[in-house]
Design a protein around this ligand. Structure first.
Ligand code: SF4
Ligand code: SF4
Ligand code: SF4
Length: 232
């Protein structure tokens, strides 16, 4: 494989890691382009500017964005969690490719807006449907003095580093888990504890879902006697 060319293409991709191009991330898409498996116009976040840059690197004519892969956003968007509804299941945290979500199991989760790429990957796994995208109100740290193009490039480079760090951490965790396999025999104290924990978790999620349903119903009816923030 032509690694230098892959590096060059990866360097001009937006590093959102959203998968809209049909590949697992920006680098796999760059590899697919170089190997002739993907076209140059499959990245909605990169939009036409990105297509032109890739075309120049490959010395081919640019082409319009293939909107079958989605549409570009006219402005930077970030995810926002409705913290009233969050049940702390950690699904969003596990889905975020750049570690832009903080929170612990069974505790409220929050998006670090300055680190969010707006990739949308946290939205689908949320069982409470409490994550939405909003226009960003702050820039990626250290970019306020840059022009729009420089800001975009800086944000992409920053996201690439965070993505790579996350990949390295996941790899370390995997190795750690492989080195220390925890096995519990059926009927053992550990297995019984796990069953009880699973049942509690299930009950907690069911209770939270019921509570969220109630909050939504009350929000929609606008009942002033039962505003969401007054619920315990
Ligand atoms: S930002 Fe573009 S290249 Fe990267 S994963 Fe998303 S669609 Fe693919
Ligand atoms: S918080 Fe959500 S939208 Fe933002 S980068 Fe993480 S997964 Fe993507
Ligand atoms: S997926 Fe939804 S409910 Fe679960 S922790 Fe994230 S925001 Fe909260």
């Amino acid at each position: 494989m032509n690694q230098p060319l892959i590096d060059q293409i990866d360097a001009v991709l937006p590093q959102t890691q959203c998968g809209k191009c049909g590949y697992a991330g920006c680098r796999p898409y760059a590899e697919a382009i170089v190997e002739g498996r993907a076209d140059i116009n499959q990245c909605p976040p990169g939009n036409q500017t990105g297509i032109v840059k890739i075309a120049e690197l490959l010395n081919v004519p640019p082409k319009p964005l293939n909107t079958a892969h989605g549409f570009p956003s006219p402005y930077r968007v970030v995810a926002l969690i409705d913290e009233r509804l969050c049940i702390g299941c950690t699904f969003c945290l596990k889905a975020c490719p750049v570690d832009a979500i903080v929170g612990a199991a069974k505790q409220m989760h929050t998006v670090i807006a300055a680190e969010c790429t707006g990739c949308e990957l946290c939205i689908a796994p949320c069982p409470m449907d409490c994550i939405r995208l909003i226009p960003a109100t702050e820039d990626v740290a250290g970019t306020s003095s840059l022009d729009a193009a420089e800001r975009k490039q800086h944000a992409a480079d920053h996201a690439r580093i965070r993505y790579q760090r996350r990949q390295q951490r996941l790899e370390r965790d995997k190795q750690h888990a492989a080195e220390k396999p925890i096995k519990s025999k059926p009927g053992s104290a550990a297995e019984n504890t796990k069953t009880i924990t699973d049942e509690r978790k299930k009950a907690m999620i069911e209770a939270a879902l019921a509570r969220a349903k109630m909050i939504r119903a009350q929000t929609h009816t606008g009942n002033p006697a039962t505003k969401p923030h007054e619920l315990s």
